[in-house]
Design a binder for this molecule. Structure first.
Ligand code: C5P
Length: 398
């Protein structure tokens, strides 16, 4: 799982240093080449020999000692590392890095790193909450350093609070997530629509649907993680867009249509996840409609079908659509794929538990232009998003 990956574990001087032994052991068992750098204080808690026996590499405790292997000198580990994990990370190392201080092997290696750096803070709860420490964490996080949240519970100092070292298993899961990221979308531009649209009836009322935007936002996030440039055209939702995307907020189907048609030409991949209203009001009242008779009729007219319009002009761009159905899933989805000239359609039966609107999971089938289909089991919307992106690449290459 981590074969071929070099992970540098920086161990600082906190009581949780002994838990880093299990972390190193787990990383090693997963096949990583693990190197340990200990601060001078860490050595007072755990003997370097313990780490050395587990990671089968020399443990670095002093910047000026004789190199034990030809390439272990000063910053060579910084260049070799795929990831640096500082666990436990004390207020001291966080403060030093935030302040630009590089006065020992660990701080020097972090400062010279090309790789992501993950801090796993563990300290007394009051220390963790200290505004200076929090300020340093925020500063480093804004610069792209990664932080794991400490656990809450009884700590070695006898207090109960937030500051406990997370389980080594949880840290390893986090590490796996960071190291398994692909960059296969680098250089590609992807346009994603998400969320519902709102079609106004009068200034206070509208017609809409239950779309939460979660699936579209997951596609945008996954594409960003894989290196794409992402434009997210989103209807009104209550979730935060992934950072790094160009986000354009729209309200009605016409707004969404205009925004997409204005920019699609510069994109390679178009993923239409939005639940666009098929109809809008023929006329929108300028003032709030008053309650009157027992019946009230709204006349609706057809909205443009964004995906279908893109299908007409897409050229060799890859066009993916969604098909949320309540019956005849496969036939309806296949018809849409053909009529909108899509390369792939993601069909989901929104009546099934664990699929569709609002929930964090989805159960989908992919149907491709060549008639082939892929049935996926229930999975998180993030995982569905990554599977869609995998297929888009295979279509693009085909
Ligand atoms: O025809 P239906 O609305 O079920 O098609 C769903 C697919 O078409 C989705 O990908 C959706 O984003 C897209 N669509 C669209 N514009 C519309 C209606 C649907 O882009 N007006």
């Amino acid at each position: 799982m981590l074969k071929g990956k070099t992970v540098v574990v920086g161990v600082c001087g906190g009581i949780a240093a002994y838990k880093a032994v299990e972390l190193v052991s787990r990383l090693k068992k997963l096949g990583a080449d693990v190197h340990v750098i200990m601060t001078a204080n860490a050595v007072k808690f755990v003997a370097p020999l313990t780490f050395r026996s587990i990671c089968h590499n020399p443990v670095i405790t002093d910047m000026f000692e004789e190199p034990k292997m030809w390439d272990i000198q000063h910053v060579s580990l910084a260049q070799k590392a795929d990831l640096i994990v500082v666990a436990p990370a004390t207020a001291n190392i966080i403060g030093k890095v935030a302040g630009g201080i590089a006065d020992d092997m660990l701080s020097t290696t972090i400062m010279a790193a090309n790789s992501p750096v993950l801090f796993v803070p563990a300290m007394n709860d009051k220390m963790y909450e200290n505004p200076i420490v929090q300020g340093n964490i925020n500063r480093l996080a804004s610069l792209g350093y990664l932080f794991m949240e400490p656990d809450t519970g009884l700590m070695a100092c006898g207090t109960n609070g937030k500051g406990r070292f997370p389980s080594p298993e949880a840290i390893v899961d986090y590490v796996k997530g960071i190291l398994s990221k692909k960059s296969d979308y680098e250089g590609l531009r992807i346009l994603v629509t998400a969320g519902p649209t709102r079609e106004p009836i009068d200034p206070v009322r509208y017609i809409s649907n239950h779309s939460s935007g979660k699936m579209g936002y997951a596609v945008a996030k996954a594409a960003l993680e894989r290196g794409a440039f992402v434009k997210l055209v989103t209807g009104p939702v209550n979730i935060t867009p992934p950072s790094g995307a160009e986000v354009v907020c729209v309200t009605s189907a016409i707004d969404m249509y205009n925004e997409v048609m204005k920019s699609y030409e510069s994109f390679d991949v178009l993923v239409m996840v939005a639940a666009v209203a098929d109809y809008r009001c023929a006329s929108v009242s300028e003032s709030k409609i008053k309650k009157s008779g027992d019946r009230f009729t709204v006349e609706l007219v057809k909205n443009p079908d964004i995906a279908a319009e893109l299908g007409k002009v897409k050229g060799d761009r890859v066009l993916v659509g969604f098909s949320a159905e309540t019956d005849n899933l496969l036939e309806n989805a296949a018809l849409k794929l053909a009529s909108k000239n899509m390369d792939m359609i993601v069909a989901n039966d929104v009546t099934v538990e664990g699929a569709g609107f609002g929930v964090d999971t989805n159960i989908v089938k992919f149907i491709k232009r060549d008639g082939s289909s892929i049935d996926l089991p229930i999975m998180s919307k993030e995982d569905v998003a990554h599977r869609i992106l995998d297929e888009v690449l295979s279509i693009g290459k085909g």
